[in-house]
Design a protein around this ligand. Sequence first.
Ligand SMILES: NC(=O)c1ccc[n+]([C@@H]2O[C@H](COP(=O)([O-])OP(=O)(O)OC[C@H]3O[C@@H](n4cnc5c(N)ncnc54)[C@H](OP(=O)(O)O)[C@@H]3O)[C@@H](O)[C@H]2O)c1
Length: 324
Amino acid sequence: MRAALFRAFGNIDQLQVEDIPSPVPEKGQVVVSVKAAGVAYPDVLIAQDKYQNKPELPYSPGGEVSGIVKLVGEGVTRFKPGDAVIARPGSNGCREEVVVPQGVVWPMPAGLDFNVAAGFGSNYFTSYYALRDRGQLKAGETLLVLGASGGVGLAAVDIGKMMGARVIACASSDEKLDICRQAGADELVNYEKEDLRDAIKRLTGGKGVDMVYDPVGDKYAEPAVRGMAWNGRYLVIGFAAGAIPKIALNLVLLKGCAIVGVLAGAHGMRDPKHYRSIIGELLELIHAGKLHPLISATYPLKRTADALNAMLKRQAVGKVVVTI
Ligand SMILES: NC(=O)c1ccc[n+]([C@@H]2O[C@H](COP(=O)([O-])OP(=O)(O)OC[C@H]3O[C@@H](n4cnc5c(N)ncnc54)[C@H](OP(=O)(O)O)[C@@H]3O)[C@@H](O)[C@H]2O)c1
């Protein structure tokens, strides 16, 4: 079978498509013939050797897939060959077949598109867990989303609207903001053109925002903290802009706000039951049309490196999927 493979860390352009043996399932494992694999910013960071968790070499990018069950190992009762499923292997998705433990496989609702099914899990799990469980977002609150047209950002806009928040979406271009508007954002801020703190004051009548969702970091973090309302929650999601911001704690004290770390994958490993239930819940919400993941670009397997480079170059909006 064909696989997009990294044999070393350091450079996205080292990725090559190679023929490798098909996997054979062990006890409790499922082999999925992959139809689509979702890639995300952590795939870029892993390839560049800048991520906290590393897969074993050689590996394929792509933490989540949709496809058809090809083989099941001993003791697998919930799935059989031919079933349409989603699976979250963590890595190794960008290949024709992937082997996973049955605990990270879910049945795919009939009629759900394979690209959507492969592309919602990581972003929507992160943002749902962040907004609902870590931040406890309430209907009527104001939610500011940085990097709002990106993978996790756009999911936060979609989920924030579903939860009844007033959503202020921030991004670096008017084209990206248009995507946020289509996803339901109430207010749009181009943070490359307008000072973020001034924009927050303008849009909240000086009260500030109740929640900040920050996957970007760097120069936007401090004005966002300064723009928080009393009892606000600042969700630390990631540092796509590179620099990890340092926030003076007197600001947190004066604002009476909380800075809340979110590490969705680690939560999933510590509480697999909760993780399974969130993914199941999200699948139902998407199938019912209450959430709307945007798959903005698809790449064939041989162009997997281009998919990663699009994210590196800040060109990706929503979710990028590799089709097989
Ligand atoms: N904590 C968690 O559990 C968790 C889970 C998943 C992902 N993450 C992290 O969240 C971050 C975003 O992931 P993602 O998949 O949403 O990425 P993405 O789709 O590439 O979006 C990142 C956004 O960040 C903004 N950005 C600002 N400066 C950038 C730069 N120099 N390079 C790239 N993007 C830049 C871009 O928006 P503008 O151009 O509009 O500024 C872009 O839309 C990553 O750091 C990732 O590791 C965290």
